[in-house]
Ligand binder design. Sequence first.
Ligand SMILES: O=c1ccn([C@@H]2O[C@H](COP(=O)(O)O)[C@@H](O)[C@H]2O)c(=O)[nH]1
Length: 275
Amino acid sequence: MQFFDRLHDRIAAADSVVSVGLDPDPDRLPESVRDADLPRWQFNRRIIDATHEHAACYKPNAAFYEDPDGWRALRETIAYAHGKDVPVLLDAKRGDIGNTARQYATILDDEHGPAADAITVNPYLGRDSLEPFLQREEKGVFVLGRTSNPGGADLQDLELASGEKLYERVVHLADLWNDDGNVGLVVGATAPEELEEIRELVPDIPFLVPGVGAQGGDSEAAVEYGLADGVGLVNSSRGIIFAGEDAADRGAPEKFFEAAGRSAKQLKAQLNQFR
Ligand SMILES: O=c1ccn([C@@H]2O[C@H](COP(=O)(O)O)[C@@H](O)[C@H]2O)c(=O)[nH]1
């Protein structure tokens, strides 16, 4: 089954477009999991238990797993999310020359354990750098379009000789690369005007919209422009997984994960107002 069909079904089943970001910053893990074998996995397991009813997808960012224990934690997390019937999008922002890209793309294969259903990629090296990802037709491939960080405009807003902005060219290329219907775009909620404009350029491509919650992005625009035929994802990571930090600080560790569940539920309700 293709990723966007699976995502469509999950969005319907959970009545949610919330992507829960699994970025287990080691400095912010609660005491209750710090001494566990694989603390990041124990953290994610409890976050998934608390949030899966409200999750259309989980989005672990590879940056938080790039060490031997981290890869183990990631595989366990993917298997557990799949056990709850929630797809997983690995935010890895890959993109490199051919032979390296071929190697990078093997992270989407099940050979070494359960693999993610989709990945984020960086378009800067052009089509051949993304081909190994695109060829895995059942996997979703989210191309960085207009990112949510303050410096996103430094390069992405540059005007080309054609008069197009660089991100507009990327969006156009992503559309051309979408032969198999497995391409999505990453467009930040902190850039609502660009979100609207990009949606006009590519009416049929689903977006992953990060930047609501901790980054203060526009959740209404994220939903209004992020979804294509009802399919798309609005991500919050820290705003959900660390929502219980205050409770833990006040000496109520058991409330930590309940707060994550509440936060995911609240975000789902907030976003559903605009669907
Ligand atoms: O443009 C982008 C692309 C990716 N991200 C990633 O999404 C999450 C956001 O985390 P929050 O805690 O909700 O701010 C994180 O993994 C980023 O690396 C993004 O924010 N913007």
